[in-house]
Ligand binder design. Structure first.
Ligand code: ADP
Ligand code: MG
Length: 479
């Protein structure tokens, strides 16, 4: 490795550390090494396959961006596993595979889990741990760091309740199903339940992403006997599954259904997060959907400006434990809270940039600097997520029919046209597929929906009055 390359690398490391924060950096990047730079490709190595896939799926773009900031000619990052490369010289390390930095932002529980375990969580006895290994947890995502606002009070209360329940308590709502758009705090709440539940020690809490459930959990179950499976499940008090919308494949879903039923019937708690309500999980079959909807379903709304401000404030406080010189004046926080409207992730991104800028240049954070640094995170008001029910309600009102008329099989002209309009709006204003829309309109076939969409598309080209009517409906729905 040449000296300039080494220098760029250490600058990239600094940049990365400033962007992701100390905890994440030491968990994931501390043992990443630079192997080579060739033709715009930077080859980096990490000691385990697990680290490789985690960094690949969560931080690949960030790492590349950090490199490009130092060396614009870099256009690709290649991650490799070190042991495969130089296993003969690799010496076993005594330290854990993933160290958890204790302290800042996390709960008191951090250190307890970070010490001797390979992952920052405990998933039970050795067998259970091996067989049912949970997804890694971010030590910053705890109840202590979760900021309350109007949009998340109910979800938070339910999560707290689940985390604090004792083994002997009757399960109050099962499953607890939390849904919200991207970056609104689902993962944060789910991991908070896991940290808090495991710290209490009453019931073992296992946190899995749907992906992990598919590739780890399910395959582990398949290779075991039914008895071993039951044994393993017996050890889990609370099963937490994140991003359920990613669960795919018929057999995986069958396993999921089986697991869900087995746990719920045994009085174990199940907690689920998804970006949509159970009724919109198109690929799951009706029985699973209704089982999911049979507990408590809570939606978390968008973060209001006040909540965004409080989250930012809390973040700065947490960052200051590692970077005492980092200060963000109130007006800058207000500015970010007002303009970076999208979600919690962008808020975090905005602050990380200010921190990186502040660390790398030594310049104090000012409003001017903030305006420059977060420019691309400012978005025009996101179009509202329109729900099919709202479309049906608004269209029914407009045409003076009832919502059940729209869903019914009646074919009189005064119902057929509004129904077609509603289906057309469902297709153009939501991301729902044709079969899903058909299902939501009284179990119609997707070809019926397609026909309606085409019909209305054809009509609006010639019929000005209809075109205008539809424009007005759209505006009402998107307001
Ligand atoms: P989701 O899983 O819903 O996409 P996350 O839980 O990953 O969202 O949240 C995105 C970011 O926003 C995280 O850094 C999270 O800590 C932060 N965040 C979201 N809601 C809150 C909240 N109420 N309090 C503190 N941080 C929050
Ligand atoms: Mg998430």
């Amino acid at each position: 490795m040449s000296i300039p390359e080494q220098e760029s690398w250490s600058k990239v490391q600094q940049r990365l550390r400033a962007e992701v924060g100390e905890d994440i950096y030491s968990s994931w990047f501390a043992r990443m090494d630079l192997e080579a730079i060739e033709d715009g490709t930077v080859r980096l190595s990490v000691p385990t396959r697990f680290l490789k896939s985690w960094i690949q799926s969560h931080y690949a773009e960030r790492v590349l961006a950090c490199w490009q900031a130092e060396a614009p000619q870099v256009n690709r990052i290649e991650l490799i596993v070190r042991s495969a490369l130089r296993s003969s010289v690799a010496k076993p390390k005594a330290e854990p595979e993933i160290a958890v930095a204790g302290g800042a932002g996390g709960s008191d529980g951090n250190n307890r889990y970070g010490g001797s375990n390979h992952r920052p969580m405990i998933v039970g006895d050795q067998n259970g741990h091996e067989a049912l290994g949970g997804s890694p947890l971010d030590p910053r995502l705890t109840f202590e760091t979760f900021v309350l606002g109007r949009s998340n009070t109910l979800a938070h209360a339910a999560a707290k309740q689940v985390a604090a329940a004792k083994r002997s308590d009757a399960v109050m709502f099962n499953p607890l199903y939390i849904h919200a758009g991207v970056g609104l705090g689902k993962t944060h709440l789910l991991q908070a339940i896991t940290w808090a539940g495991n710290a209490m020690g009453e019931r073992k809490v296992l946190y899995l992403t749907a992906e992990k459930f598919m590739y780890g959990f399910v395959s582990a179950l398949r290779t075991q006997t039914a008895l071993a499976f039951k044994e393993a499940l017996r050890g889990i008090g609370v099963l937490v599954i994140d991003d359920l919308q990613f669960l795919q494949g018929k057999s995986t879903q069958a396993e999921f259904c089986h697991t869900l039923n087995a746990l719920i019937d045994a009085g174990r708690q199940v907690v689920i997060a998804s970006d949509r309500p159970p009724s919109d999980l198109e690929s799951l079959d009706d029985r699973v959907r209704s089982r999911l909807a049979g507990g408590l379903v809570v939606e978390m709304g968008p973060l209001g400006e006040e909540l965004r401000f409080e989250i930012l404030k809390a973040r700065v406080t947490a960052a200051r434990t590692h970077h005492p010189a980092f200060d963000v004046p109130g007006p800058v926080l207000s500015y970010i809270a007002k303009t970076v409207t999208h979600n919690g992730r962008d808020l975090e991104g905005a602050l990380n940039r200010l921190l990186a800028h502040n660390k790398l240049t030594g310049h104090a954070v000012t409003l001017e600097m903030a305006e420059r640094e977060v420019r691309d995170l400012i978005r025009p008001q996101e179009p509202k997520r329109v729900k099919i029910e709202d479309i049906q309600r608004v269209v029914a009102r407009q045409y003076n029919v009832s919502r059940s008329d729209l869903l019914s099989s009646r074919r009189t002209a005064n119902v057929v046209r509004p129904r077609q309009v509603a289906m057309y709006l469902a297709k153009t204003l939501t991301l729902r597929s044709l079969p899903e829309i058909g299902r939501r309109f009284g179990g119609r076939d997707h070809t019926t929906v397609l026909h309606a969409v085409r019909k209305i598309e054809g009509l609006v080209g010639n019929d000005m009055a209809l075109a205008e009517e539809i424009e007005i409906l759209k505006r009402q729905l998107q307001e």
